[in-house]
Ligand binder design. Sequence first.
Ligand code: MG
Length: 266
Amino acid sequence: MRYAKLALPEGPVYVSVEEREGLLWAAGPLRAPEEDRSALAPEAVAFQPRPLHSFSLLPPVEPSKIVCVGRNYRDHAIELGSQIPKEPLIFLKPPSSLLAPEGTVRMPANSKRIDFEGELAIVIGRRCRRLDAQEDVKPYIRGYTLVNDVTARDLQKSDEQWTRGKGFDTFCPAGPLVSDEIDPAYGAPVTVTTCLNGERRQTGSTADFLFSIPALLRYITAFMTLLPGDLIPTGTPAGVGPMQAGDLVEVAIEGLGILRNRLAAE
Ligand code: MG
């Protein structure tokens, strides 16, 4: 199942997404996930299927928290001159940083370097706490989406705490859809790519994760309860770099579409 969240004139609505002749289509309205009370009921919408790109999209998630993983690819840790972590490195982005596909990232005036970080993100489907080593994590995963973990690199470094450098409004573009048709948690790695103004800057396989998806979920749920809708960006591959006003960033994984966002001064 693949789904997206549309901004219709009547209000937000979830729709199933299908591929037709190489294009993603919004096929029909769906009941909203339990945690999203903002969305319309499917029967409240008069809906005609159309290509997904002809609609205005919303982030397809309504997380209580965004739990991010830092330095989960060895090459990225090395490019930033950082230690290879011995345990997962976890930080939070606030849900207020979420931005829709095609939305504009606003560059805060007090940062001189704002980087893209293309990432695969897990969407939680079931409340989970203290997952143990034997437990299959799959029943807790609703699906996957794309995130750009936008980072004010200078503030991240000067603050030491990452909250401000990672947490500005618009610093978490997410979408365009959620899919459970890929399985990077168990044996089917996916390739994350990021393009800046059409030029490929990042390519990384989830086969190169320092910590696997089951290991990440066990580590996080050992200290934090995850709720349906929670979003877990899994770290970025090597090749991060700065963006300027007017730039176009595209994060892609086969099966998850392309997350496109432009930048503009605040
Ligand atoms: Mg990141």
